[in-house]
Design a protein around this ligand. Structure first.
Ligand code: HEM
Length: 539
């Protein structure tokens, strides 16, 4: 290049720059930014679809490039069925999001949820919700395995043997009141009662009373407490917000999905909880009506517990704002954990029984033969009734209350069902799909309590002998296993036995179909069930 050609090159002086800026109108600028965004997004999609470490797994095309697929189906209420269909179509491991895999085999569930020798190998929870008390995630939502272990240890005493026995009279108290209210109502009328509503009242009254001696009196007053209404109304919103945490793509849309009544009721719910908790903290143990789970939280003073006994202050120091926030969150979770899955289990138990009259008759006979008077009905004997327990197991197999959304966990970089899953991958095992798969259960989609009976039982049916129960974990397994599982089973048995000992049930609302009419958001929507309760005549 000669000196003369060099001098012909344009010089970037102020004039040139202002001519360039003049040329670059707002529209052109927007076009430029748009083009950059499109190229970036396309690059991101091409990487996800063809070069991502999970690209080798089959699945819906949209799911491989965006989380919209999962977020949409979860919010539409058909997630368990959609995931089941995807596993049926694509195989045992399906890519359900750019960074998410779903598994069918029980071993995958054991790998992701089972106990680990080293906490760093834990498959941690995905973010679910922020604690309602000062950013504290309490027990259920706690993601840090160390912190979870600490809180879980404190609470474990509340659910252990002796402590559990002290809770049983409280369960009977609420069920007895419901039965006597239902008798009073003389519910032989045309319409009958809303069984779902009564189950909700009984279970929530019991859950709140057991959690921290909170008497909600829904059964007594025969009307829903604001807290119950708010919780039921917030179900859909909670799935949107929880989804938004895992899939930020839907975060900007979240406010659109939050109905006005939820916006109004949730702060009310938290305010009420705060007042009740403060009252509970101020009530001395000897003035309580009965023992509750909350005692354990009040006993635990982490800072002081870790001091040598002779260094501890004689009078415990006042509770900090942080401690109160923690208690508030755990208390809310104890009510939510105690209420929702138990009421769902009870509702679906009756749903399946009403649709399977033969199984229903066997259950009524078993209960009415086992107890000659109402007052004889007690927890230990109920635990030994094979058909009652088989019906409960079968109902939780077909409609596992808390695991239908395939409880997600994040891989630390480990083997799942024999394949290496990279660190950070979200893993979901669909117990719903497993439970309804003909590969693991004979006559898988039918309600057949026989499958849970021992060969010595008169109704034992050998066709179910090959059923593979190894993945039946309605309460999951490992360190996050449900601590309330025994309370839940005792409650369900007592409610079912006392109701069926006293009444015959005739459904008055139309029968719904499980596969086409039911919906599951973050939590199961409950079926509409009106029933006439006819008191059993006894000589
Ligand atoms: C049939 C009824 C019940 C079922 C099927 C059930 C199921 C479950 C499942 C699957 C989990 C694990 C959730 C996860 O990791 O995301 C869980 C956790 C939990 N459940 Fe239950 N539950 C039931 C009743 C109860 C009851 C009566 C209580 C009493 C308060 C309770 C308290 C809890 C608590 C506190 C947790 C959190 C445990 C932790 O993260 O360490 N549950 N439950």
């Amino acid at each position: 290049m000669t000196m003369s050609s060099l001098s012909e090159l344009p010089v970037l002086d102020w004039n040139t720059l202002s001519r360039f800026l003049h040329y670059l109108t707002v529209w052109r600028l927007l076009l430029l930014v748009g083009a950059i965004l499109i190229i970036r997004t396309l690059g991101f999609y091409i990487y996800n679809a063809y070069f991502h470490p999970l690209a080798k797994y089959p699945g819906p095309r949209l799911a491989s490039v965006s989380d919209t697929w999962t977020a949409y189906h979860m919010s539409a209420g058909r997630w368990p069925w959609v995931l089941e269909a995807a596993l049926e179509r694509y195989g045992d491991i399906v890519r359900i999001g750019p960074n998410s895999l779903a598994f069918l085999e029980p071993q995958a569930f054991i790998d992701t949820h089972g106990p680990k020798r080293d906490l760093k190998d834990t498959f941690v929870k995905t973010p679910m919700a922020d604690g309602i008390g000062d950013g504290d995630d309490g027990l259920l939502w706690e993601r840090d395995p160390e912190q979870h272990r600490r809180v879980s240890k404190v609470m474990s005493h509340a659910f252990s043997g002796n402590s559990l026995r002290t809770k049983v009279p409280t369960i009977h108290k609420h069920v007895d009141l419901a039965i006597s209210q239902l008798r009073e109502l003389a519910v032989g009328g045309k319409e009958g009662v809303d069984l779902t509503e009564w189950i909700n009242w009984i279970i929530m009254d019991t859950a709140a009373d057991l959690a921290f001696n909170w008497e909600m009196h829904q059964v007594r007053d025969m009307r829903s407490h604001d807290f119950l209404d708010a919780l039921e109304a917030a179900k859909f919103t909670s799935v949107i917000l929880a989804n938004a945490k895992t899939y930020p793509i839907i975060l900007p849309l979240a406010p659109v999905f939050v109905p006005w009544r939820v916006m109004r009721s949730v702060p009310r719910m938290i305010r009420e909880l705060r007042i009740r908790i403060t009252q509970r903290i101020e009530t001395p143990t000897d003035r309580l009506a009965h023992s509750d789970y909350f005692e354990q939280l009040l006993l635990a003073r982490p800072a002081e517990d870790n001091m040598k006994p002779d260094h501890r202050p004689l009078v415990p120091t006042t509770r900090t704002r942080k401690e109160i926030g923690h208690m508030l969150t755990v208390a809310g979770q104890l009510i939510l954990g105690g209420y929702d899955p138990t009421s769902v289990t009870m509702c679906y138990l009756f749903f399946f029984l009403l649709q399977n009259p033969e199984a229903f008759v066997v259950l009524k006979d078993e209960i009415r033969t086992a107890f000659s008077t109402y007052d004889e009905i007690e927890a230990d004997k109920l635990a030994g009734l094979p058909w009652l327990n088989a019906c409960l197991q079968e109902s939780m197999r077909l409609c596992a209350p808390a695991t239908h959304h395939a409880v997600p966990r994040i891989s630390p970089g480990a083997l799942v069902n024999g394949v290496y899953v990279p660190k950070g991958t979200i893993c979901r095992s669909s117990l719903f799909a497993y439970s309804r798969s003909a590969r693991f259960f004979h006559d898988a989609k039918s309600f057949r309590p026989e499958r849970w009976l021992a060969p010595t039982h008169a109704r034992y049916d050998g066709s179910f002998a090959q059923d593979d129960h190894s993945g039946h974990f309605p309460f999951i397994i490992g360190p996050r296993q449900c601590p309330g599982r025994e309370v839940a089973k005792i409650t369900c048995r007592i409610v079912a036995a006392k109701l069926l000992w006293t009444f015959d049930l005739e459904q008055t609302s139309p029968m719904e179909d499980f596969d086409s009419d039911m919906r599951a958001y973050g939590l199961w929507a409950k079926p509409e069930m009106r029933a006439r309760l006819v008191p059993v005549e006894r000589t």
